[in-house]
Write a protein that binds this ligand. Structure first.
Ligand code: ZN
Length: 199
């Protein structure tokens, strides 16, 4: 019986494990790579390996980083009394790109979602509370996505901090309900930051 070479089959199997890649796409990707020259293939292989060896997570903000603490947390020109909490690293990148935010970030690593069994303990919430105290932060901007889970998480955080003197605000204006920060354009994000309202 005619079979695919074992190494090709192994590559197809690996691709098929990726999110959003079905068996057909996995085959297409593998055959596509097969036609590429050595340099291109090795460069891809290197990138895949380096992403695990070069990238770590900042123990302060939980963002992905090449150093610990990351370049943002160790940047003395930033306002270390202002913290913006977001769901995922890409949200922080999107907000930082607006150029109108000069504080620190804190990555939650998701949102509260009882249906999927995601509780506060699985998110970087306690470390946020501890960090705000350590930084003697004066303001926290809650920039979770404008979804049901994002709102629930924002409310949970605000409640935890209700007895602290820290000013808590929530970005809102201009962001559509159910939208995703990561995909919002820079002007909308900038307005959302500027139009933050106090909790
Ligand atoms: Zn950091």
């Amino acid at each position: 019986m005619l079979k695919l070479p074992a190494s090709l089959q192994r590559l197809i199997n690996e691709f098929a494990k990726l999110p959003g890649v079905g068996p057909k796409s996995a085959q297409r990707l593998a055959f596509y790579l097969l036609k590429k020259d050595n340099v291109e293939i090795l460069s891809l292989a290197d990138s895949v390996r380096d992403v695990r060896t070069d990238i770590t997570f900042c123990t302060e903000c939980h963002n992905m980083a090449e150093t610990d603490p990351c370049s943002v947390c160790s940047d003395k020109t930033r306002n270390h009394q202002l913290v913006c909490v977001v769901e995922e690293p890409l949200d922080a990148i999107a907000l930082d790109k607006t150029g109108s935010y000069n504080g620190l970030f804190h990555i939650l690593g998701g949102v509260l979602n009882p249906m999927e069994g995601i509780t506060a303990e699985q998110l970087n919430i306690q470390s946020l509370v501890d960090r705000l105290a350590k930084l003697k932060a004066t303001e926290l901007i809650i920039a979770t996505n404008p979804s049901l889970e994002g709102e629930t998480t924002a409310m949970h955080i605000a409640k935890l901090l209700k007895d602290s003197p820290i000013k808590i605000s929530r970005i809102a204006r201009g962001l559509p309900m159910g939208g995703d920060l990561e995909y919002a354009d820079e002007v909308t994000l900038q307005r959302a930051l500027e139009g933050r309202r106090e909790f």
